[in-house]
Ligand binder design. Structure first.
Ligand code: ASP
Ligand code: MG
Length: 410
C-alpha cells in the first residue's frame, strides 16, 4: 500500500464526463489498496474567465479580492469530483486550501506556502476516504484567501506530497510526459522516461510549460518523487516521465535531455555607459526595486571609458522597465537605449554537459549554418541559452534538436 498524491489539471477536469473519468481512475488506484489525496485545478478556461471578469469591474483588480474570486474555480471542481467519487461508491471528502490549512504568506496572486497541517487529511485517509483538495489556493495568517500564481495547482500537489511524505506525486495532464522539446514544433520529439530534477527545473524555467517552475523547486527541496502522466490514457500502467534525483540514477544519462524555448522575454541595451565601479548596480538596482526579475545580463569590456550593458526581462515587465530606466539613463549620462521584444530564448539543457566538452560549439555551429544570429549568450553548468530573433525560434529549435540527436531513441 502506498500513499499517492495525484494532481489533475484543468483539461483533465474540463467537463462532467472528464470528471467522472478521473473518479474512475481514482477508484482503480484505491481498489489496489493505495491511499489517495487528489488535487484539482479549475475546469479549463475558468481561471482566465474569472480574471477577465474581475478586470471588467476594476481595470487593475485589487489583489486580495482577486484571490477571493479567482480561487472559486477550484472550489467548484473539488465539489464535483467528490460527488463523482461518492456516486461510484467511494468515501470522499473535499477541502479548500483554507480548510486543510495550507498556510501561505500574504503575497496575493503569488503567495508562497509556509506550512501545511496534514492531520485532518491523515485521519480521513486512515478512515478509507479519498481526500480531494483545491489546488492553487491557501490562506494567510489573517485568514485571507491567497493564490499561488498561475499553474499553482502543481505546487499544491507537490507540497501536499511533501507534507504527507507521500510515496509519489503524480501530475496528470493533457500531455503524457516530458518531451525532448515541444512536439508541436518538432514532430520527432521523444518522450523522456526520466529526467533529472535539475534538468526539469531548467526546462520549466526556460519555457517548457509542463510543470510550474515553483512546483519543481519544491520537489527538489523536499525530495518528492514526481511523475508526469496523461489523464487521457486509459491504462494505468503507463509510466509517463519520472523526475529523478541524479544520485539515484546509475544508468548512463543522455548528454543533452532537451531543447527549451521561450518567447516571453524582451531585451534592453543601454549604450555608452560610463565604465566605472557601481554602474551595474545603478542600472539594475532600480529595476529590482520595481519588482522586475532580470534574466540574462551581458556587459562587454569598455572602450574609451564607455561600455554597453544589455539584459533581458519578462515581456510583461518590458514597458515598466523602460519607464524605470528613463531617469537612470539621464543620471548616469549613458548615450542611449535600444530595446526590443521580438526576441526568443532557446536553450539546450542536459546534465551531461558537466562531463562533455564541445556542446556549446556544436550549438553555435548549428545556428551559424542556418544563418541565425546570436544576440546574447548565457550558460550554467547544465544549460546553454541564446537570445535570437523571434522569427527564427522554430528553426533554431528544430536544428538543435537534430544536432544533438534527440530524435533518436537513446
Ligand atoms: N487554475 C489555476 C490556473 O489556471 C491554477 C492551475 O490550474 O494550476 O492558473
Ligand atoms: Mg497546469
Amino acid at each position: 500500500m502506498a500513499l499517492i498524491v495525484q494532481k489533475y489539471g484543468g483539461t483533465s477536469v474540463g467537463s462532467p464526463e472528464r470528471i467522472k473519468n478521473v473518479a474512475k481512475r481514482i477508484a482503480r488506484w484505491h481498489a489496489r489498496g493505495h491511499q489517495l489525496v487528489v488535487v484539482v485545478s479549475a475546469m479549463s478556461g475558468e481561471t482566465n474567465r474569472l480574471i477577465a471578469l474581475a478586470r471588467e469591474v476594476q481595470s487593475l483588480p485589487d489583489p486580495r479580492e482577486l484571490d477571493v474570486m479567482v480561487s472559486t474555480g477550484e472550489q467548484v471542481t473539488i465539489g464535483l469530483l467528490a460527488m463523482a467519487l461518492k456516486d461510484i461508491g467511494l468515501k470522499a471528502l473535499s477541502y479548500t486550501g483554507a480548510q486543510v490549512k495550507i498556510v501561505t504568506d500574504s503575497a496575493y496572486t503569488k503567495a508562497r506556502i509556509l506550512k501545511i497541517d496534514e492531520q485532518r487529511m491523515r485521519a480521513d485517509l486512515n478512515d478509507g476516504c479519498v481526500v480531494v483538495v483545491a489546488g492553487f489556493q491557501g490562506v494567510d495568517e489573517h485568514g485571507s484567501i491567497t493564490t499561488l500564481g498561475r499553474g499553482g495547482s502543481d505546487t499544491t500537489g507537490v507540497a501536499l506530497a511533501a507534507a504527507l511524505k507521500a510515496d509519489e506525486c503524480q501530475i496528470y495532464t493533457d500531455v503524457d510526459g516530458v518531451y525532448t522539446t515541444d512536439p508541436r514544433i518538432v514532430p520527432e520529439a521523444r518522450r523522456l522516461k526520466t529526467i533529472t530534477f535539475e534538468e526539469m527545473l531548467e526546462m520549466a524555467s526556460l519555457g517548457s510549460k509542463v510543470l510550474q517552475t515553483r512546483s519543481v523547486e519544491f520537489a527538489g527541496k523536499y525530495k518528492v518523487r514526481l511523475r508526469v502522466l496523461s489523464s487521457f490514457d486509459e491504462s494505468d500502467d503507463d509510466e509517463g516521465t519520472l523526475i529523478t534525483f541524479e544520485e539515484d540514477e546509475n544508468m548512463e544519462q543522455a548528454i543533452i535531455s532537451g531543447i527549451a524555448f521561450s518567447r516571453d522575454e524582451a531585451k534592453i541595451t543601454i549604450l555608452g555607459v560610463p565604465d566605472r565601479p557601481g554602474i551595474a548596480y545603478q542600472i539594475l538596482g532600480p529595476v529590482g526595486d520595481a519588482n522586475v526579475d532580470v534574466d540574462m545580463i551581458v556587459q562587454n569590456v569598455g572602450h574609451d571609458g564607455l561600455t554597453d550593458f544589455s539584459f533581458t526581462v519578462h515581456r510583461n515587465d518590458y514597458q515598466k522597465t523602460l519607464k524605470t530606466l528613463e531617469p537612470v539613463i539621464k543620471h548616469i549620462q549613458a548615450r542611449g537605449i535600444v530595446s526590443g521584444d521580438k526576441i526568443a530564448k532557446v536553450s539546450v539543457v542536459g546534465v551531461g554537459m558537466r562531463s562533455h566538452a564541445g556542446i556549446a560549439s556544436t550549438a553555435f555551429r548549428t545556428l551559424a549554418e542556418e544563418g541565425i544570429n546570436i544576440e546574447m549568450i548565457s550558460t550554467s553548468e547544465i544549460k546553454i541559452s541564446v537570445v535570437i530573433d523571434e522569427k527564427y525560434t522554430e528553426l533554431a529549435v528544430r536544428v538543435l534538436h537534430k544536432a544533438f540527436n534527440l530524435d533518436q531513441a537513446s
